[in-house]
Design a binder for this molecule. Structure first.
Ligand code: DX5
Ligand code: ZN
Length: 214
């Protein structure tokens, strides 16, 4: 099933509950939650208090994308705060196993993410270990950037690996997704598309999501 996960990073935080309620009524299936620490990425977004408000207002499961160093220190708290999935960057850790194990023990879906400059083959050993992989199609840190075209090759490669190995790992793509590239991204093998500005800056958010799903 094709899925859209609007990224709340592009929401108007002065009207967060209202915006989340609009997403609740939309064909989106997840709400994407971008957590940035100002160390792993040169930007700071939000943490647990906002996550708790989102949990209270959102009827869509929360897809948490951690752009932080030492994810193993915080993954359990995000699970306890109501995450449906928790993902972190492979390049942020020496060994992803401890953080993955902590997430798994909480019964939450695991996700490994890579920035556009990370060799996609580094995901190979983990494809059978996680519920999903998130391929960044912009450099993590900011909404509203331009989609990096080489992402298509990565999607194709990962999809081929998943099929060849008989896995059911989901592929998520994040960054610069819009109504123009969504159909191609799904056709190449993406299961979940994250969209921030293309949803929250659209005059009709539900309609924008619907068009991306077509
Ligand atoms: C970037 C975030 C993305 C971002 C996407 O670091 O991980 O989720 O919010 O925003 P758009 O869709 O505007 O590129
Ligand atoms: Zn994200």
């Amino acid at each position: 099933m094709k899925q859209i996960a609007p990224s709340v990073l592009s929401a108007d935080f002065g009207h967060l509950a209202e915006q989340v309620h609009i997403i609740n009524e939309s064909p989106a299936t997840l709400l994407h939650v971008d957590v940035m620490d100002g160390v792993f990425v040169p930007n700071i977004s939000f943490g647990f208090p906002v996550m708790e408000s989102l949990r209270k207002h959102s009827t869509k499961p929360l897809d948490v994308h951690l752009m932080i160093v030492h994810p193993e220190k915080y993954v359990e708290r995000f699970c306890d705060a109501g995450a449906w999935s928790v993902g972190f960057h492979l390049e942020a850790v020496d060994d992803p196993r401890p953080a993955l194990e902590l997430i798994r023990r909480k019964g939450v879906r695991t996700c490994l993410t890579i920035n556009p400059d990370i060799d996609v083959h580094r995901l190979d050993p983990w494809l059978g270990e996680v519920d999903m992989v998130l391929l960044m199609s912009v450099f993590a840190g900011f909404g509203g950037q331009k989609f990096i075209e080489s992402t298509y090759d990565k999607i194709r490669y990962v999809k081929q690996q998943i099929v060849q190995r008989g896995l059911d790992t989901l592929i998520e793509v994040d960054g610069g997704v819009n109504e123009t590239n969504a159909a191609t991204l799904f056709a190449e093998g993406a299961d979940i598309l994250v969209a921030g500005s293309a949803v929250f800056h659209a005059p009709d958010m539900s309609e924008a999501i619907r068009r991306m799903l077509q």
